[in-house]
Design a protein around this ligand. Structure first.
Ligand code: ZN
Length: 454
């Protein structure tokens, strides 16, 4: 082993007979796990360490370079372990404060787990959805001391530790501890294991320990079946269905069969192409994939539409697309009399989309559509989730106006998190929103620049 720099090390208790106790004991030199009496490290001190780290000179030999790469990898994992521990302490402290004032519950009538996850997410520059997973990982690790120790020792990455937590989260604490010690009890065994191997090993032990729980888990997982869309490179998109295994296999087999039949007739398209075209045709109920109507929101400048500008257009639910593709979509749709063109005006001075004011409590359909086009995705920093709620930045009850400057698109989770105690959103004249979390940390959310504003 090389020397990591002695920030953290794992030792094992040996009993009188020299037998190694399997319980790992974390000994930290820089970070104190206890009540703050030992040496610790503050965010300011860490900033100094980072500065020194960033200016580390290139080592003299390749062997030293590899040593440094490995040491830095270990450091990231150790940092993840500390983040997990601090996350649990934060969650427990927030929950204790919430329990102390029982009337403070979020809209759903439960203490605000979303508020906790949202704060962790902002601190880690992650989406609120990912924040929830990270809080879950941190809590799971408290039941898995060996896995935690392996993470702290740098042997496991955060991703692999989270895989172990996920694969055991349906088990009782006792069974979970068994998986933990059998997989991560010996760091040498763990070293060199790939993620897939780790998953198989964890599943195998979990199935053995509690086959019934595994079946229940399958049933619950089936409840999470869904279809999602996300952008792929080169203006393509991934349409993904999460299905019970039998349905997934049979749907795929149906596409393979269709492709095979088609290819027998001499169709020049590749098998993959026929499968993709068949999928689209069957889902949309159209004869062919090309006839798909433009039931999509396209945001573009007049100049782009008239070919005098090549500024990319914005496709709702996807992101930017090249100008020629936008024009092609419009002309295809126009020949089938199914083009829906929405005119959105930009302020010639600022390029910001022009606002419309209303005295009503609820946003009009036009305003809501406008906000959807302007914000594109949830306005919370790092959250890429689709917009589900058009929200008053300052609540209507607190005299917030029903105007586009006081409006923002939020996803469901963020809309609920916002209502938890201690969160404050403030709209600024330039259309950005200041977001203050319960701990007083501030974040700025800017609406994306519309086409024509560059
Ligand atoms: Zn969101």
């Amino acid at each position: 082993m090389f020397d990591v720099g002695s920030t953290l090390e794992i030792t094992r208790r040996a009993d009188a007979a020299g037998e190694v106790d399997s319980t790992p004991v974390l000994q930290t030199r820089m970070i104190d796990a206890g009540g703050g009496s030992g040496p610790g490290i503050t965010p300011d001190a860490l900033a100094t360490v980072r500065e020194r780290l960033a200016s580390t000179p290139d080592p003299h030999t390749d062997a030293e370079r590899i040593d440094l790469v490995r040491a830095l990898e270990d450091l990231k994992n150790t940092a993840s372990a500390v983040q997990a521990r601090v996350t649990v302490a934060f969650a427990e402290s927030q929950e204790a404060a919430q329990a102390a004032r029982r009337r403070d519950v979020d809209e759903l009538g439960k203490p605000g787990p979303k508020s906790i996850a949202a704060q962790i997410a902002l601190a880690r520059r992650e989406s609120p959805h990912r924040g929830q997973r990270l809080v879950g990982l941190a809590r799971g690790l408290t039941q898995m001391p060996h896995t935690s120790a392996a993470l702290a020792a740098g042997v496991l990455t955060e991703h692999r530790a989270s895989v172990l937590v996920t694969e055991t989260n349906h088990l009782t604490a006792e069974d979970r501890a068994v998986v933990d010690s059998r997989i991560a009890g010996d760091l040498d065994d763990l070293d060199g294991l790939g993620t897939r191997a780790l998953v198989s090993k964890a599943r195998q032990i979990a199935y053995e320990l509690d086959p019934e729980a595994a079946v229940d888990r399958t049933r619950r997982a089936e409840g999470e079946r869904c279809v999602t869309l996300r952008p792929a490179p080169d203006t393509m998109a991934y349409l993904t269905a999460l299905l019970p295994v039998a349905q997934g296999v049979s749907a795929y087999a149906a596409l393979v069969r269709a492709a095979d039949q088609q290819r027998v007739t001499g169709d020049p398209r590749s098998r993959g192409q026929v499968m993709a075209d068949t999928l689209v045709a069957r889902l949309t109920g159209r004869e062919s994939a090309d006839a798909t109507p433009v039931e999509i929101n396209l945001l573009l400048t007049d100049a782009t539409m008239l070919s005098t500008s090549e500024e990319p257009a914005q496709l709702g639910g996807h992101g930017p697309i090249p100008a020629p593709l936008a024009r092609r979509l419009i002309s295809t749709a126009a020949t089938q009399a199914e083009a829906w063109l929405r005119r959105v005006y930009a302020d010639p001075e600022t390029g910001q989309l022009v606002t419309m004011e209303s005295r009503r409590r609820a946003f009009t359909k036009t305003q809501a559509e406008f906000l959807g086009l302007r914000d594109r995705t949830c306005r919370t920093p790092y959250c890429d989730a689709p917009i589900r709620h058009v929200d008053h930045v300052t609540a209507h009850a607190a005299d917030g106006s029903t105007s586009l400057t006081n409006g923002q698109g939020l996803c469901e989770a963020c809309n609920h998190a916002k209502r938890a105690r201690g969160w404050r959103h403030t709209a600024l004249p330039d259309g950005s929103v200041n977001l203050t979390t319960p701990t007083g940390h501030r974040h700025r959310s800017r609406a994306p620049a519309p086409p024509g504003s560059a």
